[in-house]
Design a protein around this ligand. Structure first.
Ligand SMILES: [Zn+2]
Ligand SMILES: [Zn+2]
Length: 343
């Protein structure tokens, strides 16, 4: 089978690999029917994910059909259509039992697929701990509707959940890339008083305006003044930082009112500065990134009910044989791309 593979820093290539086989009794083999490209794949390509293992198949956003299961897999069976969770978790350790599945202490725990073990930009994938890593897709939900459930949408759902949003709040979301928009969709479900999205790309601001007209839009340059004008208590009550660009961490806490919650969803390329003397007295609560992707079943139910729809984000479709071109468009943000489906 063909597998898009991390060769070395700066280089991915489509190479021929044998079809994976069951290794552990808790494994499942999934035939990938659709996958996507994530910014984290680009982080691997650029060498900023030190634990990524050269030689592995990349890709951690995928849906498919269960082909084969080990004897201990009880939650899914061959033939089931499933979403694959970006995180592998055991469901039993200290962290899993508290919902912190990102910190699962199993050797395969956390982000393994498409980073430390073979992932999904290919034809078949071995999913460890499949009882927790796979969720059945309801019959009325299409592959495209479910494609983002296991990663960016799980991230948005988690970010909205931990941000303690109430209906009196003005919520600022920084960044309207794929994860930012997924975060927006999940914040909308919390019905806050106002939602402000800050995004530097005019194209992406237009996308948000077109699909979510109730959202207020601003730019990084105008963000601080804009938030002040549109909030009741001298800043946003909740800030979700999903951009991960230079200066957006600072923007996040500067736009927050005293005693606000600032949720950092973004993955930065570089260390950020937390200038405690400058923010002294602001009494902020920071929550930092690393999705706990344990709500996929609930997210699938919300999709089935029509309350979350990420299909407008899938702007481009390519066959696996043209994945190189898909990366070129995604990486360079060409042609209005938000998300790419590899079919
Ligand atoms: Zn990702
Ligand atoms: Zn665990």
């Amino acid at each position: 089978m063909l597998a898009y593979t991390y060769i070395e820093k700066g280089k991915f290539a489509l190479v021929e690999k044998p079809k994976p086989v069951l290794v552990e009794p808790t494994d499942a083999i999934v035939r990938v029917t659709m996958s996507s490209i994530c910014t984290s794949d680009l982080h691997i390509k650029h060498g900023s994910v030190p634990r990524a293992v050269p030689g592995i198949t990349v890709g951690h956003e995928m849906v498919g059909v269960v082909e084969e299961v080990g004897p201990d897999v009880t939650c899914v069976k061959p033939g089931d259509r499933v979403t694959v969770n970006v995180e592998t978790f055991c469901g039993e350790c200290f962290f899993c039992q508290r919902g912190y599945v990102n910190n699962c202490t199993d050797p395969n725990g956390g982000w393994a697929l498409g980073c430390r073990i073979d992932g999904g930009q290919t034809e078949y994938v071995r999913v460890p701990l499949a009882n927790h890593g796979l969720n059945r897709i309801p019959d009325s939900v299409s592959d495209e509707q479910a494609l983002l459930v296991g990663d960016v949408l799980a991230t948005g759902f988690w970010a909205a959940r931990i941000s303690e949003i109430s209906q009196e709040d003005t919520v600022l979301i920084i960044g309207a890339g794929p994860t930012g928009i997924c975060t927006l969709l999940c914040v909308i479900l919390k019905r806050p008083k106002k939602i402000i999205v800050c995004e530097k790309s005019e194209e992406r601001r237009r996308f948000v305006q077109k699909h979510y007209p109730e959202v207020l839009l601003t730019t990084p340059e105008e963000c601080k003044d804009f938030v002040l004008r549109h909030s009741d208590h001298g800043g946003a009550d909740r800030v979700l930082e999903v951009a991960g660009a230079d200066e957006t961490f600072r923007l996040a806490w500067e736009c927050a009112r005293p005693n606000a919650v600032v949720t950092v969803v973004a993955l930065y390329d570089r260390p950020q500065i937390l200038p405690l003397p400058e923010m002294y007295g602001k009494n902020l609560t920071f929550k930092t990134g690393g999705v706990d992707g344990c709500d996929c079943e609930e997210v699938l139910r919300l999709i089935e009910e029509g309350r979350i729809d990420t299909t407008p984000l899938i702007t481009h479709r390519f066959p696996l044989s043209e994945i190189e071109e898909a990366y070129r468009i995604f990486e360079n943000k060409l042609d209005g791309v938000i998300k790419v489906a590899i079919i």
